[in-house]
Design a protein around this ligand. Structure first.
Ligand SMILES: Cc1cc2nc3c(=O)[nH]c(=O)nc-3n(C[C@H](O)[C@H](O)[C@H](O)COP(=O)(O)OP(=O)(O)OC[C@H]3O[C@@H](n4cnc5c(N)ncnc54)[C@H](O)[C@@H]3O)c2cc1C
Ligand code: FES
Length: 366
């Protein structure tokens, strides 16, 4: 028999990430030519509780491989019966293309979470917000704005979205609707060019200082949340830094954590350089690919693999997202995760290699 789920104050049972993990697709919606929204309901009646801006990690079985990917919940916690994700097709990407081409209502996926802290509810409360998104980076901003709209919050929100063309503006109708009905929400767009069926009459080009000033004249007074492709976020960061913006009020979310920040990279190098006679090095074998790396006990298995030039799936590198989850065939590790794995998975021999340091020779099923 299933364990009794947690009951919420409303009398509904809440989605409990430790026990619930199966989601059924209820609907697939086309947003733009290369973006679709997938709406999910839990297999059993549950209400989802999460902060707007958080993400789920999904498990996919594609061509005999288990692949993990994170997707921000684009729907709002104020509508707790379903969760939606909004996915952009990435050229050559196994999961986004599978979702777009193969995934249909009625099909099921396993998911872990919600996780993450990219939300205005968990950052210091401020009177004025500026949400800046590029492409599919709109999803956390959309969840926050939808939630403010549903709750009729008087939260001064300026939403700036950048796209290639007007046809690529995700959620444009809904954003315009919310801005019309709630005076504390304002929306501005910038497009690089026209689409085949619509000439763009709004602001054109990239989000330079001039464009930002035109869309958000008071940007210096706001708390800024940014999400989008890495070059987009770097450009926004540079514009704000050059303007003397107080970066303690700047928050960004990356959809690709693969590249370590310079500080993190330095920390890995330093840890590895600390090789002395006191530090034991263990042998890590990746069973499927028959590759072997040496891993000092003070660095993670993921870092040791990277240093040896082996690319393994990973995202957050912090034990949070679950992307690097792998089966440990043998050996001991010390794992310090932040919620990216459930106890029952640990009991079944799964580990997160981004936050596991070897305590013996280890064999991994990868
Ligand atoms: C916390 C978090 C939240 C995320 N939320 C969303 C979301 O709401 N919507 C969404 O569409 N995606 C989101 N992603 C990205 C998502 O997890 C996948 O990386 C993406 O769907 C591509 O997966 P894939 O398997 O098709 O391609 P991958 O195998 O991941 O990538 C294929 C190739 O494309 C590159 N690539 C991957 N992602 C991008 C990108 N966004 N832009 C340009 N190149 C890329 C990779 O480096 C690789 O070369 C999120 C990622 C994280 C870490
Ligand atoms: S990469 Fe996110 S948990 Fe390991």
């Amino acid at each position: 028999m299933d364990p009794q789920p947690a009951s919420s104050p409303t009398g509904f049972y809440e989605w409990n990430p430790n026990e619930d993990d199966v989601l059924i697709c209820r609907a697939v919606r086309e947003e733009t030519p290369d973006v679709k929204t997938f709406v999910f309901a839990p297999r059993k009646g549950r209400h989802f509780t999460y902060q707007p801006g958080q993400f789920l990690t999904f498990e996919f079985e594609i061509s005999g491989e288990t692949i993990y990917r994170c997707y921000t919940i684009s729907s709002t916690p104020t509508r707790p019966d379903t969760v939606s994700i909004t996915v952009k097709r990435v050229a050559g990407g196994p999961v986004s293309n599978w979702l777009h081409d193969q995934f249909r209502p009625g099909m099921m996926l396993r998911a872990t979470g919600p996780m993450g802290d990219f939300s205005w509810t968990v950052k210091p409360t401020q009177p004025k917000y500026l949400l800046i998104s590029g492409g599919s980076g709109i999803t956390p901003m959309m969840s926050m704005t939808r939630s403010a709209f549903d709750l009729a919050e008087i939260r001064d929100t300026l939403f700036v979205h950048a796209a290639r063309s007007p046809a690529d503006l995700i959620f444009r109708d809904e954003l315009d609707f919310m801005a019309r009905r709630n005076r504390s929400i304002r929306v501005g767009y910038i497009c690089e060019g026209d689409s085949p069926h619509e000439a763009w009459s709004g602001l054109r080009g990239r989000l330079t200082h001039g464009a930002l000033t035109a869309l958000a004249p008071d940007f210096m007074d706001r708390v800024v949340f940014v999400c989008g492709p890495a070059p987009f976020m770097a450009a926004v960061h540079a514009v704000l830094a050059a303007a003397g913006f107080d970066m303690s009020r700047y928050f960004q979310e990356s959809f690709r954590f693969e590249d370590l920040s310079p500080a993190e990279q330095e920390a890995v190098e330093e840890a590895a350089d600390e090789l002395s006679t006191d530090i034991t090095t263990y042998r890590i074998e990746f069973a499927k690919t028959r590759r072997v790396v040496d891993c000092p006990e003070n660095i993670t298995i993921l870092d040791a693999a990277r240093r040896a030039g082996i690319r393994l799936p990973s995202s957050c590198t912090k034990g949070l997202c679950g992307t690097c989850k792998s089966r440990k065939v043998s050996g001991d590790v010390e794992m310090s995760h932040q919620g990216g794995i459930r106890q029952r998975e640990v009991d079944q021999g799964m580990i997160l290699i981004c936050c596991s340091r070897p305590r013996s020779d280890v064999v991994i099923d990868r």
